[in-house]
Design a protein around this ligand. Structure first.
Ligand SMILES: [Zn+2]
Ligand SMILES: [Zn+2]
Length: 154
């Protein structure tokens, strides 16, 4: 019983990723799955180049352009978010389509999901002051995470 459960659990994330990759009629390729798995395994934002460097040893035929295109395709299908970095570089983080807000550490690149309830007073304020009803919003906050702040103040 525990063995069976373990096997099932290890299969599911890959199947889920495969489903999401093909959700908009995109072809599932091994390379796209490799990129999606690698991104989903990380809790910090990575650029296409960083991900490519990490994947290259085990996937020598994987081109940087392929990694870049796979990441952009994930953004389009709501599997990932594109974040900003200094020097006009994009970084990526795996994300659920229904999730929208992030706290991005500019030092260690850790990305935390922001509790949506924090924004409720802001949205209410927008309606009150501007008479504007927000239907959707996407907010990424850039700064230092708690552990980087501790490290810099020490
Ligand atoms: Zn997210
Ligand atoms: Zn940090």
């Amino acid at each position: 019983m525990p063995v069976k459960r373990l096997v099932k659990r290890s299969l599911r994330p890959q199947e889920r990723l495969a489903k999401r990759i093909t959700s908009r009629g995109r072809r599932l390729t091994d390379q796209r799955l490799v990129v999606a798995e690698a991104l989903a395994a990380r809790s910090e934002a990575v650029s296409a180049q960083e991900l490519h460097e990490r994947l290259r040893t085990r996937n020598p035929r994987l081109a940087l352009a392929t990694v870049y295109r796979a990441l952009e395709a994930q953004v389009e299908s709501g599997m990932a978010r594109r974040l900003e970095r200094h020097g006009h570089v994009s970084a990526y983080i795996a994300c659920e389509p229904e999730h929208h807000h992030h706290l991005v550490c500019t030092r260690c690149q850790q990305v935390e999901d922001l509790d949506e309830t924090i924004l409720k007073p802001v949205l209410r304020g927008i309606t009150e002051r501007h008479g504007f009803a927000v239907e959707h919003e996407r907010l990424d906050f850039y700064g230092l995470c708690a552990s980087c702040r501790r490290a810099t103040s020490a």
